[in-house]
Design a protein around this ligand. Structure first.
Ligand code: NAD
Ligand code: TYD
Length: 334
């Protein structure tokens, strides 16, 4: 099995590549990533010389790059590559349109042209928008609330249109908020942990009562593997962590795990258009593919805090801007 993983130098993609190399020895993975500010080859340092792995530096929104690579012959594509941070999409939506929509289109065209057998579009619960009570199923309407989620919803619609029109074998996964090793420290959990270790307070948007459902990244990666191997083409699978928490609950849990006083946080201006609550019904993937999350929330949060404590050089380099130098060394001068 030869798979093109896009965006594999980011948070979830790098965890997915490590999981596949461990769980599916014999598979060949090519990681296509253009290394934006959050793509980091350090995330893959332990496996960069693995015989089943190769890095290809390039942009999914560049047709020639994608075409050249796919002409090698692949069985499947798993598309993680994206602009992924809501706050950045509020400041400037253009990169989100280019990568998340145009990039997906180019990958779909390539999948069609080169006879890819399975195309997994890694999407998000945010495409359904906010929900006051209850949970969204795969049949719920799309109502994205941010430029980020609007770009992801557009990509999902394109993928479904390719299935409908060309029978391109797409499957879409929509997952809730991930946490775990190698998450870029601008997202709530790694930002909070690293701030506290640095002796800084945690900024909480608005009143801190917005709700997210949290899943440990390895559980998400296992779900994607199930969908890649057994998911039905043309279908959508919700993936949930079954751990809905307010942002204040997350911050309190982290402060407790870090042994700090609960006042090491402060309220800041709310995010414009801040989605109130995300919640998914994931009965379909449980019923049809037999997947379920295996990590307990409290235990996985403890593991996550330990990882950021033990790997402080990883996030300190990013926070101090030194990662760009690493990238120069690793890639440009090779
Ligand atoms: P991330 O921002 O950590 O990583 C994104 C990766 O994509 C980076 O390595 C980046 O360099 C690469 N990339 C960006 N633009 C590219 C381009 N044009 N060409 C090639 N590579 C490019 O993101 P993440 O948190 O790992 O998310 C991965 C995917 O999972 C995204 O599609 C995101 O929408 C989805 N998702 C994330 C979460 C979450 O909680 N993080 C939840 C559900 C779904
Ligand atoms: P984030 O990790 O950016 O993920 P998303 O917006 O995709 O859910 O944010 C998670 C929640 O935490 C969200 O409700 C916004 C909030 N938040 C803060 O309160 N403070 C912060 O510094 C950040 C980055 C997020």
């Amino acid at each position: 099995m030869k798979i093109l993983v896009t965006g594999g130098a980011g948070f979830i993609g790098s965890n997915f590549i490590r999981l596949i190399l461990n769980r599916r020895p014999g598979w060949d993975l090519v990681n296509l990533d253009c290394l934006t500010y959050c793509g980091n080859l350090e995330n893959l340092k332990d496996i960069e010389k693995h015989k089943g792995y190769r890095f290809a530096h390039g942009d999914i929104a560049d047709r020639v790059t994608v075409d050249t690579l796919l002409s090698e012959g692949f069985d499947a594509i798993v598309n993680f590559a994206a602009e992924s941070h809501v706050d950045r999409s509020i400041l400037d939506a253009s990169p989100f349109i280019r990568t998340n929509i145009e990039g997906t289109l180019i990958l779909l065209e390539g999948a069609q042209k080169y006879g890819i057998k399975k195309y997994v579009q890694v999407s998000t619960d945010e495409v359904y928008g906010s929900i006051e009570n209850g949970s969204f199923t795969e049949l719920s309407n799309l109502a994205p609330g941010s430029p980020y989620s609007a770009s992801k919803a557009s990509a999902d619609l394109l993928a479904l249109a390719y299935w409908n029109t060309h029978k391109t074998p797409v499957v879409i996964t929509r997952c809730t908020n991930n946490y775990g090793p190698y998450q870029f420290p601008e997202k709530l959990i790694p930002l909070a942990i690293s701030n506290v270790i640095e002796g800084k307070s945690i900024p909480v948007y608005g009143d801190g009562l917005n709700v997210r459902d949290w899943i440990y990244v390895e559980d998400h990666c296992n779900a994607i593997l199930s969908v890649l191997e057994n998911g039905k083409v043309g279908e959508i699978y919700n993936i949930a962590g079954s751990s809905e928490k307010t942002n204040l609950e997350i911050v309190h849990t982290l402060l407790e795990l870090l042994g700090k006083k609960q006042d090491m946080m402060h309220f800041v201006a709310d995010r414009p258009g801040h989605d109130w609550r995300y919640s998914l019904d994931d009965k379909k993937i449980r019923r049809e593919l037999g997947w379920a999350p295996s990590y307990d929330f409290n235990r996985a949060m403890e593991m996550t805090v330990d990882w950021y404590k033990q790997n402080d050089s990883w996030w300190r380099r990013i926070k101090s801007g030194e990662y760009s130098k690493y990238y120069e060394r690793m890639y440009h001068h090779r």
